[in-house]
Ligand binder design. Structure first.
Ligand code: WT7
Length: 635
């Protein structure tokens, strides 16, 4: 397993060089030595950038759940696979062993089979962070069904769009969910979403909060009685390497959400390899990633990457502020967590609270701290390092995306020296490139540009569900033959990368990726609104918050009635979810536009950031006069 587990900087460079010189033999060796294959591949990598099409481990056959569960049963059967920590700290934590996970996944898979779910069918999963969530992903994978997890904070409209886009046959949900001291009526949201989803024949309902809900006859079924009856073994469906494993939606800068498709073998190899190296996981370590499984971070590092390594992974139902701001630290102490992986927005929120929240707990089990989702600012980095890591735990600032499946640029603990705000160096097999405005690659160090990837890696997304043209257009058309990430980055004098943020119309709010277009579309549905434009502005906890510039249909005084701002945020909540609410709303009479009618967001961004000294050239605008009015009315 020489390539699998990097232990020092010299070894990193050596492995990195090999991975670039001969990517195929690099990824072949890793696949060969660390996984269970039912049939070997014919070819490690085949690709055609003109289509673009990518195939990893072509011809290989496998089932990912055999790799994540079955093979650990011999030797690790009684080892804890999942530690479930409930929302309420007085509810007992649950330890699910690999043996028990096997049984639960098989039973669930049999229930799906009994409801007519077959290989290739899409299954929508809309669940809180309870054991049935990872179990349902694995149950789908067991029988070759394609899961599409929708984050259970999304609204019914968002859920509806995603169910129909991938034509799901079945929805798995719960009666409700806990969020700190509140409950959320998930089943009610599902009922609303399904009002016009003709493809959905069955809804399986997990009982979690014991609320009164209505069950639609012939469609809705309680899950538990079905599980009780189900057989506890299920022969795994043997999949082709390139069979889709799941769809996960992510926001684009325009249009509806993109159903990112990941396939079986490449995804498994990439998430397992990066899990092992970035978190330096050792047998008996306890790994905790605080992300929701509704995002890629949860798919790759709570579920697949962790379990493929036979790890113990924590599944946390709660939030960092309940019952108080000490909860994360209490959970670390309680379960003796060794690797802790969270988002800068959580770190910033916790850093605002009294230090005794963290000081009261024993955090000495921690070895490695991780950060993901947005750039981590220097202050947050130091707070994390000093108060949580006690200057003793390497911080891995991991850059990656839903589309990459796994971590791409990150320090390897004990190998790569860390510097705050730098994601540092590419992992083996990853070939970043920075591009200038003309589409030329910037060679050498001390350059900054648009971040691309110039060579395929096993975890890369293969397509957008039902829209391969959009896949090509979004990722492979800006720079010829390169994958474009949408981010800007700089490379310093030592070759370290620092991610500087999005260069497109995606705004990252509290680590959530939000496209401006869907939010604007929602606002424009309000009967009083004629046009709107959203930009981000810096926020000390969320990273970015949203600022909306809105033109109303009526022009007279008194057009802005008291409730208008509330109503607009209400519409956004209904269409997308509360995460997309606007922090600031300014009503304007015009928006700065180019002669071709495109809104100049650059100017709005400057106004929202209160940086109007340097607005740049506005003389080419169609309506330069509106700029002064917007500046005068800025909130
Ligand atoms: C975008 C991808 C990666 C899983 C969670 C988010 C931003 C992510 C970092 C980081 C700076 C980061 C990028 C990226 N991002 N990690 N360490 N430093 N920016 O996945 O929702 O697909 O968002 O998140 O802008 O493109 P996602």
């Amino acid at each position: 397993m020489s390539n699998y587990h990097i232990k020092n900087l010299e070894e990193y460079f050596q492995v990195y060089r090999k991975s670039i010189r001969d990517p195929e033999s690099f990824w072949e060796e890793i696949a060969e030595e660390n996984f269970l294959w039912r049939k070997r591949w014919d070819k490690v990598l085949e690709y055609d950038l003109s289509k673009p099409e990518f195939s990893w481990y072509k011809g290989a056959k496998l089932n990912i759940t055999e790799n994540c569960i079955d093979r650990h049963i011999y030797g690790r059967g009684d080892k804890t696979a999942i530690i479930f920590e409930p929302n309420d700290p007085s509810e007992k934590a649950e330890h699910i062993s690999y043996n028990q996970l096997h049984e639960r996944v098989c039973k669930f898979a049999n229930v799906l089979l009994d409801h007519g779910v077959k290989k290739g069918d899409r299954v929508c999963i809309y669940l809180p962070m309870i054991p049935e969530l990872p179990v349902s992903l694995l149950a789908c994978a067991r029988i070759g069904a394609i899961h599409s997890v929708v984050f259970a904070g999304f609204s019914s409209t968002a859920l509806h769009t995603r169910i129909n886009d991938s034509d799901c046959k079945i929805v798995i949900t719960s009666d409700g969910s806990y969020r700190g001291g509140k409950t959320i009526d998930l089943k009610g949201i599902v009922d609303e979403a399904l009002e016009s989803c003709p493809g959905v024949k069955t809804v399986l309902v997990v009982k979690r909060i014991n609320s009164e809900i209505s069950m639609k006859p012939n469609r809705d079924k309680w899950l538990q009685p079905l599980l009780d009856e189900a057989n506890n073994t299920c022969v795994p469906e043997i999949m082709d390497a390139e069979d889709p494993l799941f769809i996960l939606y992510t926001s684009g800068s325009t249009g509806k959400p993109k159903g990112i498709v990941h396939t079986t073998a490449g995804y498994m190899v990439y998430t397992a390899y990066t899990f092992k190296n970035v978190f330096q996981y050792r047998e008996n370590d306890v790994f905790w990633c605080t992300a929701d499984i509704g995002w890629i971070t949860g798919h790759s590092y709570i579920v697949y990457g962790a379990l493929a390594n036979g790890a113990t992974t924590v599944l946390f139902e709660g939030i960092p502020s309940y019952p108080d701001f000490g909860r994360f630290w209490e959970v670390i102490q309680k379960h003796k967590v060794n690797q802790f992986y969270t988002a800068p927005t959580a770190i910033r929120a916790l850093a605002k609270e009294r230090l005794d929240f963290s000081g009261n707990y024993d955090l000495s089990s921690l070895k490695i701290l991780g950060s993901v989702g947005e750039p981590i600012n220097e202050e947050a980095w130091h707070w994390y390092n000093d108060n949580i890591g006690k200057k003793n735990c390497p911080i891995v600032d991991t850059w990656w995306q839903t589309e990459t499946a796994g971590i791409m640029i990150s320090p390897i603990p004990y190998s790569t020296p860390t510097i705050p705000t730098y994601a540092t160096l590419p992992l083996p097999g990853v070939q970043p490139a920075l591009m200038d405005e003309n589409g030329d690659e910037l060679k050498g160090n001390l350059v900054s540009g648009r971040l691309c990837l110039k060579f395929p890696w096993p975890g890369m997304a293969r397509t957008i569900w039902g829209n391969h043209d959009r896949f090509r257009e979004t990722y492979f058309s800006t720079f010829k033959d390169f994958y474009f990430t949408g981010d800007g980055a700089l490379r310093d004098s030592t070759g370290y990368y620092r991610i500087t943020g999005r260069v497109d119309d995606v705004i990252i709010v509290s680590g959530h990726n939000l496209g401006t277009a869907p939010i604007e579309d929602a606002i424009n549905e309000h009967p009083a609104v004629s046009e709107s434009a959203i930009v981000g502005f810096p926020h000390d906890v969320k990273g970015n918050a949203l600022y909306g510039f809105i033109i109303l249909k009526e022009t007279g005084e008194g057009r802005v009635h008291d409730n208008l701002r509330k109503e607009i945020n209400q519409i956004i909540t209904e269409h997308i979810g509360p995460i997309a609410k606007l922090d600031k709303i300014q009503f304007v009479t015009g928006l700065p536009k180019t002669r071709s009618g495109k809104i100049m967001r650059r100017i709005l961004r400057k106004i929202a950031e209160n940086d109007t000294d340097n607005l740049g050239d506005i003389s080419t605008l169609l309506n330069p006069e509106c700029v002064q009015e917007i500046m005068d009315g800025a909130v």
